[in-house]
Design a protein around this ligand. Structure first.
Ligand code: SF4
Ligand code: MG
Length: 325
C-alpha cells in the first residue's frame, strides 16, 4: 500500500460549511505473505476506511495498492472481481453481513457457486468442511444466522470468507463486539487458520492487547496518517511516538485474556475536518515543541524495521531546536 489517500466531502457546523474530511492522508505499509499486520488507533482515525480502500469497496482518491505485484487500483472490473476472490473481509458484526433469511448452508454455498469453486455435486461436502474448519457442527448448515451466538456467528462469517480460499483477509474489528473469553477463542481460530493456510491478515483493531497477541507487525494510525510502524512487540514494549506511548499507558494489561486493553487517552481527538497545522498530534502531545506546530513530521526509519513520524526522532530537527534554545 503506498501513499493511499481518500477524502470525503462533508458539511459541518453552523450553516453547514463544506469541508474535506481527510480519512486517509497518504498511508503506506507492506504486508508479508503469512503475516498478520495490525492497524491500531482510536475510532475515527481512518483505519476502517483503509481496510475498505484496499479492496476498493471505497475508491481511494490516489495512491497504489498492489497484491502480489499486481495493481488493485488500476484493475478492470473483471480483474477486480478475480482479485476479490483472494482478498476477503471479516467484519465486526457478522450478523450485519450475513443475510438473515438465508440458511447457513446456503450462505456458504453461494460464493462457491458464484465463483465456480467446486462442482454443484461437491458443494455439500465443501460446506461441511468449511463448517468443520471453523469449529462448527455440520448441522449448522440447516439453521439461520439468528439461531447462533455472537461468537458462533463470527465463525460463520469466517467460514464464508474462507469459502473462496483467499490468501489475504482484511479483518475490521473482527473480535471487538465479543466477550473477552470468546475473543480469545476466535483469535485462536484465526491463528490456526493462518498457520494451516498461510493466510495474511490486515488486522484492524482499537485494542492494543489484541494487536500484541495476534499481529507480528503493525502501524499506529492517527487522524488519517500512520505515526509509527514496526514489529508489534517492540512497538508496544518500547514505543517511540508519544501517541503510541499514550495509548500504551492507557492500556493496563497487554494480555487480552485478563483485561480488555481499550484505547482511552487524554484529550479529545481533533476533528479530521480541520486537523491542526504541523504535527496533527501536537495539541495532545506532552513533548510538543514550537517546530511541531508548523511542520508535519514525515515517517522516517529510525531503527531497522521501525518507522516513526515525530520530530523528536529526527536528529536534524532536534539539532536546530537545541540551537534555537
Ligand atoms: Fe509530539 Fe512534536 Fe513528536 Fe508531534 S512531532 S508527536 S508534537 S514531539
Ligand atoms: Mg472502524
Amino acid at each position: 500500500v503506498s501513499q493511499l489517500r481518500k477524502a470525503f466531502d462533508s458539511r459541518s457546523g453552523f450553516l453547514g460549511r463544506k469541508a474535506k474530511l481527510h480519512a486517509l492522508d497518504g498511508i503506506s505499509f507492506e504486508v508479508q505473505a503469512g503475516e498478520a499486520y495490525g492497524l491500531v488507533g482510536e475510532s475515527g482515525c481512518g483505519k476502517s476506511t483503509a481496510g475498505r480502500a484496499l479492496l476498493r469497496l471505497i475508491e481511494p482518491d490516489s495512491g497504489e495498492v498492489e497484491f502480489k505485484g499486481q495493481s488493485v487500483i488500476s484493475a478492470s472490473k473483471r480483474r477486480l472481481r478475480e482479485l476479490r476472490r483472494h482478498i476477503q473481509m471479516i467484519f465486526q458484526d457478522p450478523y450485519a453481513s450475513l443475510n438473515p433469511k438465508q440458511l447457513v448452508g446456503d450462505l456458504l454455498a453461494e460464493p462457491l457457486k458464484v465463483h465456480r469453486i467446486v462442482s454443484d455435486a461437491e458443494i455439500p461436502e465443501r460446506v461441511a468442511s468449511l463448517l468443520t474448519s471453523v469449529g462448527l457442527p455440520i448441522e449448522a448448515a440447516t439453521k439461520f444466522p439468528h439461531e447462533f451466538s455472537g461468537g458462533q456467528r463470527q465463525r460463520i462469517g469466517i467460514a464464508r470468507a474462507l469459502a473462496l480460499e483467499p490468501e489475504f483477509i482484511v479483518a475490521d474489528e473482527a473480535v471487538s463486539a465479543l466477550d473477552v473469553s470468546i475473543q480469545a477463542q476466535i483469535l485462536l481460530l484465526l491463528q490456526k487458520l493462518q498457520a494451516e493456510r498461510n493466510l495474511s491478515f490486515l488486522f484492524i483493531t482499537h485494542d492494543l492487547g489484541v494487536l500484541r497477541y495476534f499481529c507480528q507487525r503493525g502501524s499506529v494510525m492517527y487522524l488519517g496518517r500512520l505515526v509509527e510502524s514496526g514489529p508489534t512487540r517492540d512497538m508496544l514494549d518500547r514505543p517511540l511516538h508519544p501517541y503510541t506511548q499514550m495509548l500504551r499507558e492507557a492500556s493496563p494489561s497487554p494480555d487480552p485474556k485478563t483485561a480488555r486493553a481499550t484505547v482511552k487517552v487524554a484529550g479529545e481527538v481533533p476533528s479530521p475536518l480541520d486537523p491542526p497545522k504541523g504535527c496533527h498530534f501536537h495539541p495532545r502531545c506532552p513533548k510538543a515543541m514550537p517546530h511541531c506546530r508548523e511542520v508535519y513530521p514525515e515517517m522516517r526509519e529510525v531503527e531497522p524495521g521501525r518507522h516513526v513520524a515525530c520530530h523528536l526522532h529526527d536528529p536534524s530537527v532536534m539539532g536546530e531546536q537545541m540551537e534555537g534554545n
